[in-house]
Write a protein that binds this ligand. Structure first.
Ligand code: C2E
Ligand code: MG
Ligand code: MG
Length: 372
């Protein structure tokens, strides 16, 4: 900024820049972009290099967006929320129609905060099976919001908002404790539980507490680390910030298996994942949907499976919905399957029933075993 401009910290992590006698919007946008760029430069802490922060900037202009300081600040705030919602690291000029969108967002955010306070979440469990034998190999823990008026809401409707607002951290902490406690309950009921994987958001990893929390919960509930697995997306590990790598190392040292979720839609290379000691690739449902004999989907799957095999990673197919997909995946040598064909995600009470079944549908039909 110029020497004649003003910079103030209003509170928390919010700063205000006042540009006096600014000319055109382009000139203001230019300043905003320089600030975003300056903050985006990686910096070094004693813990290591490559640390990153980002900024979102909202802009209001006098007198167009208000005549009083309060209103100008309020509108800049609204525009900043719009910038955040647009993926952060950018700037937005205030527009009157933003206010309504913001009000809606704020009310959704308030509802989600209440849900966290009142503990309105439940975890469902979706089985994964061995592709050859059809035996249960593990479960994925999937959160649901049990809304008092609206009923069960799937994570697709609130996880993004939880990420944007940071609420994904307390929600994720709850999921971890709930899953570990549930495994302990199954054990004390005399069951022999299989491993359960938990989805972890990049924000939880960057926050730096995740591994310690998970290991502490395992210790508290006396659950072996081998019974918990962690799913992260490619983008979370490709970021390679010091905090994330430390979290992944701490989990691996603690004996927890690492899985890459939605593999194939991000920009990671297998070499990168190998260096991070990833144990399991969960191939994105999109590839499974595209599977049919002689299709491009089949080619891609074959390539992923052979590379993963060479690197000693396990391959899980996500979203298996048809027998045709199941057959193809078996013949291609895919290790494990997950999808509605085998089972939808189930409430915890129904898990013991699956633990006792020798093989899961549709493997229980002899006709399939013959093609093995
Ligand atoms: P994901 O981790 O890739 O989970 C798989 C999603 O695909 C689940 O949706 C599951 O119900 C759905 N699915 C499984 N089999 C099939 C199938 O055969 N066909 C179709 N169409 N869908 C199938 P869900 O439970 O709605 O979860 C959506 C996403 O929300 C998850 O994708 C995950 O990224 C996120 N999520 C779920 N639970 C948590 C959590 O505890 N923490 C965090 N951070 N994210 C979570
Ligand atoms: Mg997952
Ligand atoms: Mg997935």
């Amino acid at each position: 900024v110029r020497a004649s401009d003003h910079v103030a910290r209003l509170g928390g992590d919010e700063f205000t820049v006042v540009l006096e006698h600014a000319d055109a919007d382009e000139a203001i946008a230019h300043v905003a972009q320089s600030i975003v760029d300056a903050l985006a430069t990686p910096f070094t802490l004693t813990a290591g290099s490559g640390n990153l922060i980002s900024a979102s900037i909202g802009i209001s202009v006098y007198p167009r967006d208000g005549h009083a300081a309060e209103l100008l600040l309020k509108h800049a705030d609204v525009a900043m929320y719009a910038a955040k919602a647009d993926g952060k690291g950018c700037h937005h000029f205030y527009q009157p129609e933003m206010s309504e969108a913001l009000l809606l967002r704020l009310s959704r955010e308030r509802a989600l905060r209440h849900a966290v306070e009142r503990n309105e979440f439940v975890v469902h469990y979706q089985p994964r099976v061995d592709a050859r034998s059809g035996r249960l190999s593990s479960f994925e823990a999937l959160i649901r919001w049990d809304h008092p008026d609206r009923g069960v809401i799937s994570p697709g409707e609130f996880i993004d908002l939880a990420e944007d607002t940071g609420l994904v951290v307390p929600i994720g902490d709850w999921v971890i404790r709930e899953v570990v406690a549930q495994i302990a309950r199954w054990k004390s009921d005399g069951e022999r539980p299989v491993p359960v994987s938990v989805n972890v958001s990049p924000l939880q990893l960057r926050n730096g507490q995740f591994a310690a929390l998970l290991l502490a919960a395992l210790h508290e509930f006396r659950v072996e680390p081998a019974l918990v697995e962690v799913e992260v997306t490619e983008s979370a590990v490709v970021d390679r910030s010091v905090a994330v790598v430390q979290q992944l190392d701490a989990m691996r040292d603690g004996g927890i298996r690492l899985m890459i979720d939605d593999f194939g839609v991000g920009h990671s290379s297998l070499a990168q994942l190998h260096r991070l000691d990833v144990d399991v690739l969960k191939v994105d449902r999109g590839f499974t949907t595209a599977l049919s004999e002689g299709s491009e989907g089949e080619l891609l799957y074959r390539a992923i499976i052979s590379m993963a095999e060479a690197l000693e990673m396990t391959v899980v197919a996500e979203g298996v919905e048809t027998l045709a997909q199941l057959r193809l995946l078996r013949t291609m040598g895919c290790d494990e399957l997950q999808g509605y064909l085998i089972s939808r995600p189930l409430p915890a009470e129904q898990v013991p029933g699956l633990l006792h079944q020798p093989v899961l549908p549709p493997f229980d039909k002899m006709e399939l075993a013959a093609t093995a």
